[in-house]
Design a protein around this ligand. Structure first.
Ligand code: 6MZ
Length: 371
């Protein structure tokens, strides 16, 4: 391992934006495929390997879309690209449809983050009911909590908290039920469930429909992490959601004026000092950002705004958090000391205030040698 790689592996890290089923690694997918050979699923259907960003928008996409692309009409095929991206999750969901699968997947994901030097992880996942296997949403959440507890008992060196996710595709009513579920678990798990996430295909539905559910979640003490302005033309939705206000923002790719957002959106984010969860590889491979150097990380970082580097879907996008830190450093010419400070400051953005002091202490003990 090169010295720079070693530094980023050794760097203690905080992961705040990780979707459980998007984080499933190649080796876990292999175990799932072996359990369900009849599905005929191959790894190429569940991940976008390096250099394969095009797979997302070219595989299974009608020719008309590719032609438009060649003529440079990128916006024309954008929606198709995102829809294709979200197909990958549907394939993974087919593989993960029993309590046994959820337990294995969650434990593997937690162990992998720990092996990558992540000391504090906030996992998020959408509770799913599967008629064919009898899995209920309540059992889904209980199983993730069980995985967190088992990892703790096995001595895996990582603190894990859980955010219950609302998938925009499922509408306002389901969102309200999900909030109720999250509230029950927040109260019964002694603080393992800390918040609510709003995610899913950003081109589906409108944030205004979720306002009552999000407000209810906030009122009952759940922290809110909302995917905001992940695609263009969501300014009015973001304006509404920022008024709640959320406790953290996922992506926020199109918030600032240089990319079609507005100063008023930026001002709102700054007024509340709302941290951003930034996922470089996910945005580049998902084609919402044209290249690493164009990533909005720089905009917020230069402003000194709390910005936390995250993976989003480490399995689907074939990355890990060490690699994301290293990519940010090499792309934006940041020193190892800068990256250390970034990882250290991420502690203050977690939804576990009870752990922050302990984590700060741990960071000081684990500071790697600067190369
Ligand atoms: C929005 C995303 C996402 O919940 O089954 N998800 N939502 N933007 C993204 N950027 C690429 N990546 C993942 O994990 C998979 C689900 O997380 C959300 C989608 O709703 C996806 O179905 P869980 O564990």
């Amino acid at each position: 391992m090169e010295e720079a790689d070693l530094f980023y592996r050794q760097l203690p890290k905080v992961e705040l934006h990780a979707h459980l089923n998007g984080s499933v690694s190649f080796s876990t997918i292999e175990k799932l495929v072996a359990r369900k050979p009849h599905l005929n699923i191959e790894h190429g259907m569940t991940a976008i390997r390096s250099g394969q960003r095009r797979t997302l928008d070219e595989a299974d996409i009608p020719i008309i879309c590719q032609r438009k692309r060649r003529r440079g009409q990128r916006a024309g095929c954008f929606v198709r690209t995102r829809r294709r991206c979200f197909q990958v999750f549907k394939v993974i969901h087919q593989l993960v449809d029993t309590e046994e699968d959820i337990l294995m997947v969650a434990k593997d994901v937690i162990r992998e983050f720990a092996a990558d030097g992540v000391k504090y992880l906030e996992l998020r996942s959408t509770p799913r009911k599967e008629k064919t296997t009898g899995m209920t949403k309540r059992r889904y959440v209980e199983t993730v909590i069980e995985a967190i507890r088992q990892c703790k008992n096995e001595g895996v060196d990582i603190e894990v908290r859980f955010l219950v996710a609302v998938d925009r595709r499922n509408g306002a009513e389901v969102a309200m039920e999900t909030v109720k579920l999250a509230e029950d678990f927040m109260l019964s798990t002694g603080g393992l469930v800390v918040g609510l996430d709003l995610s899913g295909d950003p081109t589906v539905g409108h944030g205004r429909d979720f306002l009552p559910a999000l407000q209810k979640a906030k009122n009952c003490g759940l922290k809110l992490s909302l995917h905001l302005s992940e695609v263009p033309s969501q300014a009015d939705e973001s304006e509404l959601l920022l008024n709640i206000p959320p406790d953290r923002i996922g992506h926020g790719t199109f918030l600032h004026p240089e990319v079609g957002g507005s100063q008023s959106l930026v001002d709102k984010v700054r007024k509340h000092n709302t941290p951003l969860e930034l996922c470089l590889t996910s945005n580049v491979k998902g084609q919402t950002v044209s290249s690493y150097s164009q990533h909005h990380f720089l905009y917020w970082y230069q402003m000194g705004h709390p910005s936390v580097i995250c993976t989003d879907d480490k399995g689907v996008f074939c990355t890990d958090l060490s690699q994301e830190y290293q990519l940010a450093a090499s792309t934006f010419n940041l020193s190892q000391e800068d990256m250390w400070t970034l990882s250290h400051k991420a502690i203050d953005c977690t939804f576990a205030p009870d752990l922050q002091q302990q984590l700060h202490q741990k960071w000081l003990e684990l500071q790697p040698t600067l190369f």
